[in-house]
Design a protein around this ligand. Sequence first.
Ligand code: E4P
Length: 222
Amino acid sequence: MKFFIDTANLDQIREAKDLGVLDGVTTNPSLMAKEGISGHDRVMKHYVDICEIVQEGDVSAEVISTNYDEMIKEGEFLASLHPNIVVKVPMIKDGIKAIRYFTDHGIRTNCTLVFSAGQALLAAKAGASYVSPFIGRLDDISTDGLELIEQIRIIYDNYGFDTEILAASVRHPMHIVQCAEIGADVMTGPLSAIMALLKHPLTDSGLAQFLADHKKAAESNS
Ligand code: E4P
């Protein structure tokens, strides 16, 4: 499973990259706003900065327009910024049309704001490179987000769709583990959820014991 980080914070992206497990980045307009990035030129430069940190992995950059013609213009510009840009398009009627256009013109897409298996099926039919079901936001409204990942996995496997399932709105380490069990192709979440995978109390106590024993042995031999 590929690990993407869901942020526009350059320090966090660098930290994930340094850890050696970063396969890509997803952003959205709210995440860009959170970093105080606004204005066309600054936003575009920020996408390029992210791509340069990630180097090898895909970086999702979201269109702001909601009508077909504007989405095409915006998406083509975003895709021209860097070869690793994936154009993120919302799951609306014009978005599906735009995904079909981008697919036919060799531009990769991430269909975002997906909350049902039917929406995921439509995104795959339009040729989306990635589909982003938001599992955390479903959990927030007492609906099982992971069940949606299972449904999409079955549907895509039934028909051999190439669209990658990008489990989004991941909130904690168990989301990551459960998505991996189900067979999501990618997960995107905060750096904190990835770092939490490191943690186990038996690892901490085991390491403390190993180091204490090593020190004791070294002292008794000196
Ligand atoms: C996906 O690409 C979205 O940016 C993201 O995962 C949304 O997550 P949130 O529900 O934590 O805002």
